[in-house]
Design a binder for this molecule. Structure first.
Ligand SMILES: Cc1cc2nc3c(=O)[nH]c(=O)nc-3n(C[C@H](O)[C@H](O)[C@H](O)COP(=O)(O)O)c2cc1C
Length: 355
């Protein structure tokens, strides 16, 4: 068995796969690997290092990928305790990110962990490498190749940190009395209090102003002092709490198939702090509730914003997703106590290890 399992779903349009082949050749140099390219070849991959390599072409659709996703979604332990990253190559400016976050959530729900920044994407123009190429003093194609190499090294050396008494930071923007999301968190929290230090911050009522997108130098200037032009609760309370915590827990009701405005503003405002500090050693967990449907979209937004962009670790089964609408109706969901307990146990297992 090789160092890495390469999951590279077969692409029928062979001519479109040349760029992906080049980046893979460079990224996997020095490693041994086994390739899975069809759904028939896919079997349970527990405790493995995995690289998903996807060719999307112009349409953003790779049919073999969907067959694989189906299998991953149905066998909920098929990637148990594996660690993965994704290289995704498109012939369009669209779809690379949305397909990547869909793969990430599905794999995560089947037991796979993703280190911070687990995605290397090549859009048709490779303009997504403008900044990285400038920073590396190279061209966009070479920046893409370098990013692939870095990703594989990162997957190989990934060692999730463990903590004796983990520090959790819980962020929410809901009413404590009426929110199903908060009610569910309280059910989870009950099983964590003994083993964790838990800090809870509410960012409600317009207390958080959204990022105004200062020029890079202004953002950098404030970021170096762990601050941001806007100041307020984010700088005074949330930044220090983020630096202090081992895991961030986001409580996210589904508002119009997205996380709510205050929580979204928090992620945007994290940019200034991120300029100086990366979060590769901090975990992300989330409780997501929808009144009707769409929790997976909210979870994917968290994956894109906090794991893919802001470098938080995505531990296996990072999110609990439920459906409840009227106040307190979460208490009536069948089996909810047991699911809350299981979720808490997973948080403890990820943060503390087996001992
Ligand atoms: C402004 C607003 C927008 C909402 N949009 C959606 C939605 O798009 N889809 C959905 O399933 N539920 C939606 N809901 C319902 C909530 O997700 C639902 O009430 C759920 O219980 C979580 O919210 P809670 O923690 O405040 O109770 C929305 C609720 C509000 C207040």
């Amino acid at each position: 068995m090789g160092d890495i399992i390469l999951i590279r779903p077969h692409c029928r349009e062979n001519v479109k796969t040349h760029r992906l082949s080049t980046i893979l050749e460079e990224s996997l140099k020095g490693y041994s690997y086994n390739t899975i390219s069809t759904v028939e070849e896919f079997h349970s991959l527990q405790n493995k290092k995995i690289l998903f390599a996807i060719s999307l072409g112009e349409s953003g659709i790779n049919l073999e990928l969907y067959a694989l996703l189906k299998k991953i979604r149905l066998d909920k332990t098929c990637l148990e305790d594996s660690v993965a990253g994704i290289i995704i190559d498109g012939d369009s400016e669209l779809y690379t990110k949305s397909v990547a976050r869909e793969i990430t959530l599905s794999a995560n729900m089947s037991g796979c962990t993703f280190p911070g920044r687990p995605l290397v994407e090549g859009t048709k123009s490779l303009e997504n490498y403008n900044i990285i190429a400038k920073n590396l003093d190279t061209d966009n194609f070479d920046a893409y190749i370098q990013s692939g190499k870095t990703l594989v090294r990162q997957i190989m050396k990934f060692e999730p940190p463990k903590h004796r008494k983990p520090k959790l930071l819980v962020l929410h923007a809901s009413s404590y009395e009426t929110s199903n999301t908060v009610n569910l968190w309280e059910m989870v929290k009950e099983h964590l209090e003994e083993d964790c230090e838990i800090k809870d911050i509410s960012i409600r009522n317009g207390a958080v102003l959204d990022c105004i997108g200062c020029p890079y130098t202004t953002c950098m200037h404030y970021g170096e002092k762990n601050s941001c032009l806007y100041g307020g609760v984010i700088v005074k309370e949330v930044y220090p709490a983020i630096l202090e915590c081992d895991a961030l827990i986001m409580l996210c009701p589904n508002y119009n198939d997205a996380i709510s405005a205050n929580l979204s503003a928090f992620i945007n405002r994290l940019t200034a702090l991120f300029r100086k500090t990366r979060f590769y050693d901090k975990y992300l967990f989330a409780v997501v509730i929808s009144g009707y449907s769409g929790s997976d979209i909210v979870a994917q937004q968290l994956i894109a914003g906090l794991n893919m962009n802001k470098t938080f670790i995505l531990p296996k089964r990072f999110t609990m997703m439920e459906t409840a609408n009227n106040p307190k109706s979460i208490f009536k969901a069948e089996g909810i106590e047991k699911r809350a307990k299981d979720f808490a146990e997973n948080i403890l297992l990820q943060l503390k290890g087996d001992d």
